[in-house]
Design a protein around this ligand. Structure first.
Ligand code: FPP
Length: 251
């Protein structure tokens, strides 16, 4: 099943000519709408997550093939633990299945990076995540960033604690703390800010996703639900992005 999925990706090349010259360096995806997608079909919410996971696999490889250098996906937030246990288990199982087949990403020279507090995740997940990060650390084709048990506020709390410890130990002067100091302590240290943030499903909010890194992102919202947010919908977002003027506070 996994192999046929990867072979299908050859189709990516065909749509490349329709794309604009200016592509975002970092695209962030909030994969929202899986539950509603399933409910509309009279199916359990977990069915929607399964479809959502398939779409994630396709779009992440598409990003790689069209030359996006950094793609990040919101898999599970620090707030998602409030969901029913069977839904949490289903998402974690899908994540495990994906990690189990992810060697195929490494063959495509995709670097895998996980952001978030992994200490609360199952041991098998943590072990595999460390393995994949380590095995792909020198790959240059694309950074694939997966946010799991991630919250933007929690990330800033964590960074603040690390910085405070350095101050306490006399290693850092509080007056020497710059934005770069904070960035260096985020889970995303060394990764670029988000240029284009995509949220399907009609919700107009960031939901604690990469809140520091999205300070100057362009936002793209659509009513399409995540399982239906296919390559053609993504192409529309890229075309829309290319038409925007970005001034970063200047004129
Ligand atoms: C939000 O939609 C989606 C999530 C909280 C989970 C996202 C997870 C996946 C796409 C599957 C697992 C991922 C990988 C990498 C294998 P929602 O359920 O809140 O949708 P709703 O707003 O319609 O209820």
């Amino acid at each position: 099943m996994a192999l046929s999925f990867f072979n299908k990706n050859k189709k990516a090349k065909k749509s490349v000519e329709k794309l604009p010259d200016t592509l975002p360096n970092h695209v962030g995806f909030i994969m929202d709408g899986n539950g509603r997608w399933a409910t509309k079909r009279g199916m359990p919410r977990t069915f929607g997550h399964r479809e959502g996971a398939k779409n994630f696999k396709d779009l992440s490889l598409y990003c790689r093939d069209i030359g996006i250098r950094n793609a990040s996906f919101y898999v599970f937030s620090t707030e998602n633990w409030k969901r029913p246990q069977d839904e949490i288990d289903a998402i974690m199982d899908l994540f495990w299945d994906y990690l189990s087949e992810a060697d195929q990403y490494l063959e495509k020279r995709v670097r895998m990076i996980f952001v978030g507090d992994r200490s609360r995740l199952q041991d098998r997940l943590q072990k595999r995540m460390n393995e994949l990060e380590n095995d792909s650390k020198d790959f240059e084709k694309m950074n694939l960033i997966l946010a799991i048990n991630y919250g933007g506020r929690d990330e800033i709390r964590h960074a603040t604690q690390e910085i405070a410890r350095q101050v306490k130990d006399g290693l850092l002067d509080p007056d020497a703390i710059t934005e770069e100091t904070i960035e260096k302590h985020l889970y995303t240290a060394g990764l670029p800010d988000v240029d284009l943030l995509i949220r399907p499903s009609g919700e107009l909010r960031l939901s604690n996703y990469l809140i520091w890194q999205c300070a100057y992102a362009e936002y793209y919202f659509t009513n399409v639900l995540w399982p239906d947010f296919k390559r053609n919908e993504f192409n529309k977002a890229l075309i829309n992005y290319a038409q925007r003027g970005r001034r970063f506070g200047g004129i």
